[in-house]
Design a protein around this ligand. Structure first.
Ligand SMILES: Cc1cc2nc3c(=O)[nH]c(=O)nc-3n(C[C@H](O)[C@H](O)[C@H](O)COP(=O)(O)O)c2cc1C
Length: 214
């Protein structure tokens, strides 16, 4: 049985810069009120989002970067709240509104013919590119899936052909006062063998059951 080793990829399989990025990233809900995000960082974050793959390369995502204090306040007052209050969004210096252009035919065709919401998958991939690039720059973020679409569209003059898929808050994470460091919480995730299978569904892809891990 051939085994993958660190040498095959030039870095360690579980300790590469990318693995460090994804394993330390967490949903940041407390932001440093003293630090705004620079324009060049926002540009770089958007560029990472722009480069994402998408079904038929349609790139249905549209991003609205909300920096103006008054607009952010209105989003938080009227576009958030209810069962999931998402109060932390008030402290974020930037709110990104991730929309999907639903006027593209493939959006409807995909859902009706295949039952797969391709455009939402595309938006999720692009949004995660954005989030990971932000984290690489030390900028924290949090997806917000619970919002009032009607209010957000009104506040930001979003046209009818766009569907708001998610909000993403951005801001530098608040540091722990005692250590002056950002406290990275542990990950709560299902074990690999309950989410990945070898050859047939139900055959766990777990320790000792696949190539590449002992
Ligand atoms: C599509 C989506 C919607 C989410 N909506 C919210 C939300 O409305 N409010 C919130 O506080 N967190 C929200 N989250 C963050 C998740 O709660 C969080 O990613 C999950 O608990 C895992 O924690 P971690 O991001 O710190 O690893 C959302 C995440 C995703 C991917």
């Amino acid at each position: 049985m051939s085994k993958l080793s660190a040498g095959d990829t030039g870095d360690s399989l579980f300790d590469s810069p990318f693995m460090k990025l994804v394993s330390t990233r967490f949903s940041v809900r407390r932001y440093d009120p003293e630090r705004d995000i620079g324009d060049s960082d926002i540009l770089s974050i958007l560029e990472a989002a722009r480069l994402a793959p998408s079904a038929s390369n349609r790139q249905p995502w549209r991003y609205i970067v909300v920096r103006e204090r008054e607009l952010r306040d209105r989003i938080c007052s009227f576009g958030l709240g209810g069962v999931v209050p998402n109060r932390f969004a008030r402290e974020a210096p930037v709110i990104i509104v991730l929309c999907i252009d639903i006027s593209m035919n493939y959006v409807r065709a995909g859902e009706f013919i295949k039952g797969i919401p391709y455009a939402f998958i595309d938006a999720g991939i692009s949004g995660e590119h954005l989030i990971l690039r932000a984290w690489e720059l030390g900028i924290g973020s949090c997806w917000i899936g619970w919002f009032n679409e009607k209010e957000i569209k009104k506040i930001l003059s979003i046209p009818a052909n766009l569907k708001v898929a998610s909000l993403i808050t951005l801001g530098y994470p608040l540091k722990d006062l005692r250590t002056s460091k950002v406290r990275i919480p542990g990950k709560k995730r299902k074990p690999l063998e309950s989410i990945a299978f070898k050859d047939r569904y139900g055959n766990p892809f777990g320790l000792g059951n696949e190539e590449g891990r002992d």
